[in-house]
Design a protein around this ligand. Structure first.
Ligand SMILES: [Zn+2]
Length: 319
């Protein structure tokens, strides 16, 4: 699978480890047949959680199991087969199927969230879960037809909802968002603390793309709105599916043209320019934690820094 940007190599959730086999979704009775095949690998998703086996040296892994009676009562999604060694498979590998229960599992050592363990899963487990979670999140809030309000039905192996009243088809949504490492003329990095962040948490700026807007225009608009700066040299670095609940984070570097920072106080609590030395010093002093390892935000910061940054692993959002 070609990669457009090489800067953020092996970004979590962004490796092409799953051959989705979209062609199979319209096969008659695909799900019933897979649910009686003992070779099928079922991943159970309960709300935002899935069962995870604690790792030894290889890190944690997603629990898969053969189908069992009752799976057909859940929302069942055909996910595809694992890609072996970089190329699409011939479709002969075991099929991955998600069985989704919309009610949240109790948080335990076993039932974890993708945010918690995503960075430590192997590429296939991460790709399987990120696809399952994204589609599950969409089903959770799209039970009714946006045209006529009737309850819709699941179709095409979990990838479509169909309205029985007007026969309209509805497809899973992805909401693009831009996320950008803004640097100044001295190559310092701008970090901000959003409202509701952990008191030491800071990250790069981000925001949703609006209708009718290009990605580069969204970068420029968000930076202007949030910190009052004009940017130039907007460069794409990579992108990451982020199913919390349904984003695609598209990562950029951008250069500030100078001028003074003016915070948008309704959204931002603090803004600061960091040199590399200042970033390390603030972390060492316990005054700063940057975005967790699972996120493209962390990788954008590390891309600017020039290597891994050791930061306490905290959730930026206060809950
Ligand atoms: Zn309808």
């Amino acid at each position: 699978m070609p990669r457009i940007g090489e800067s953020l190599r092996d970004l979590t959730f962004s490796t092409a480890a799953l051959d989705r086999r979209a062609d199979r979704r319209v096969e008659p009775d695909l799900i019933p047949r897979l649910l009686v095949d003992p070779a099928t690998r079922v991943v159970e998703v309960r709300g935002d959680r899935a069962a995870v086996r604690p790792g030894g040296d290889g890190g944690p892994s997603l629990v898969t199991r053969p189908p069992r009676v009752g799976d057909e009562d859940g929302l069942v999604i055909y996910l595809g087969t694992a890609v072996d060694g970089g190329g699409p498979t011939d479709g002969e590998g075991p099929a991955y199927v998600a069985v989704v229960r919309l009610e949240e599992a109790e948080p335990t050592e076993e039932w974890r969230t993708l945010r918690q363990v995503g960075a430590d899963l192997d590429a296939v487990d991460a790709a399987v879960w990120v696809a399952a979670q994204g589609v599950a999140n969409w089903h959770r809030v799209h039970g009714f037809c946006p045209r006529c309000g009737q309850p819709t039905e699941v179709a095409q192996a979990g990838w479509v909802r169909r309205c029985p009243a007007d026969e309209s088809l509805h497809f899973p949504r992805t909401d693009p968002a831009v996320i950008m490492a803004v640097v100044d003329e001295d190559d310092r990095l701008l970090l901000a603390r959003g409202r509701g962040f952990n008191t030491i948490g800071m990250s790069v700026l981000a925001g949703f793309v609006e209708p009718g807007e290009t990605l580069a225009a969204a970068v420029a608009r968000e930076v202007k709105e949030e910190v009052g700066l004009d940017v130039t040299d907007v460069t794409y670095l990579g992108d990451q599916p982020w199913p919390f609940p349904s984003s695609l984070m598209v990562g950029f570097r951008a250069r500030a043209r100078g001028g003074r920072v003016r915070m948008q106080e309704s959204e931002i609590e603090a803004v600061r320019w960091f040199s590399r030395e200042e970033l390390l010093a603030a972390i060492a002093a316990g005054e700063l934690a940057i975005s967790p390892r699972v996120s493209i935000a962390r990788r954008l910061i590390e891309d600017w820094f020039g290597g891994p940054v050791d930061s306490p692993e905290v959730s930026l959002r206060r809950r």
